[in-house]
Design a protein. Structure first.
Ligand SMILES: Cc1cc2nc3c(=O)[nH]c(=O)nc-3n(C[C@H](O)[C@H](O)[C@H](O)COP(=O)(O)OP(=O)(O)OC[C@H]3O[C@@H](n4cnc5c(N)ncnc54)[C@H](O)[C@@H]3O)c2cc1C
Length: 240
């Protein structure tokens, strides 16, 4: 199957409008596209996902407080009133600044007059990419639901253990990084998770005093202390 991506100017030989291609549907791409709302230009927004993800609340998906749909907005509905903007799902694999084209993984290419690339960032494992399997990052819905699965699975295992030491091990979570998200996530572990477990499954884990879940913040940078103190000031910290 060959996928075609005609330019918005296809078939127009005269009065060709300026074509802006934006690679990104995150905060950067969204803002950039919205800035062109009244411009005499056509805008094509390309992203490998067809929804805008509100990353700051990913930790709530990871800890089971929100469902993925609550932090994702379909791009076509975001831009439904912006007539000069179209949304394309695609993974950009290359750029050719000479012919002014972006190349997609499915073999299609798209012409541009101006190009904005703001493809975000990736979780860094300090050169130890093998850690990725055991310590997922938190930048996508998939990663957040993967973390949630691991947490809920830990509760299920702990529910069936009678040894309090083993149970505590399964209910101890380590958060690497101490930016804004980590203390918030730790707060969820300390407050929300036991409450949810009392209401639903793993009753024995939450009821047994030694098994109350805890989180630890791990971070080598200068912000670690500030983040830990902030968390402890709120009265939820168990940072080590
Ligand atoms: C868990 C978490 C909590 C955060 N909390 C806060 C907070 O409280 N306050 C705050 O100010 N900031 C916070 N941030 C940071 C903030 O979310 C980011 O700074 C912001 O999302 C970056 O926006 P961006 O547009 O640069 O990149 P992103 O939002 O990451 O968007 C990049 C987009 O590019 C797309 N893309 C990448 N490569 C390709 C490709 N090859 N082809 C097609 N598409 C591609 C991706 O699919 C993605 O949609 C948080 C981030 C995370 C992960």
């Amino acid at each position: 199957m060959e996928l075609t991506t005609p330019s918005p100017n296809a078939g127009k030989s005269e009065n060709k409008r300026w074509h802006v291609v934006i690679v990104n549907s995150g905060f950067g791409g969204l803002r950039a596209a919205q800035a062109f709302k009244s411009a005499p230009a056509d805008v094509t927004l390309i992203d490998r996902r067809n929804y805008h993800l509100f990353q700051p609340l990913l930790y709530q998906v990871a800890t089971g407080s929100l469902s993925p749909g609550e932090i994702a907005a379909p791009l076509r509905s975001v831009f439904s009133r912006q007539k000069n903007t179209r949304v394309l799902l695609g993974e950009v694999v290359d750029l050719d600044p000479v012919t002014k084209r972006v190349m997609l993984a499915d073999g299609a290419s798209i012409e541009y007059d101006s190009l904005i690339v703001a493809a975000g960032s990736q979780t860094f494992y300090y050169g130890h990419d093998a850690w990725r399997e055991w310590a997922p990052g938190m930048k996508s819905i998939e990663e957040a639901t993967n973390i949630r699965h691991k947490i809920l699975y830990a509760f299920e295992v702990a529910e069936r253990l009678s040894d309090p030491v083993q149970r505590r091990a399964w209910l101890t979570f380590v958060i690497v990084g101490a930016g804004a998200t980590a203390p918030d996530a730790q707060e969820r572990f300390s407050l929300d998770t036991p409450r949810r477990s009392r209401n639903h499954s793993a009753r024995r884990c939450a009821a047994g005093t030694p098994a109350v879940p805890g989180g630890s913040l791990k971070e080598g940078g200068p912000f670690a202390c500030a983040a830990r103190c902030r968390s402890e000031e709120r009265g939820h910290g168990q940072g080590h």
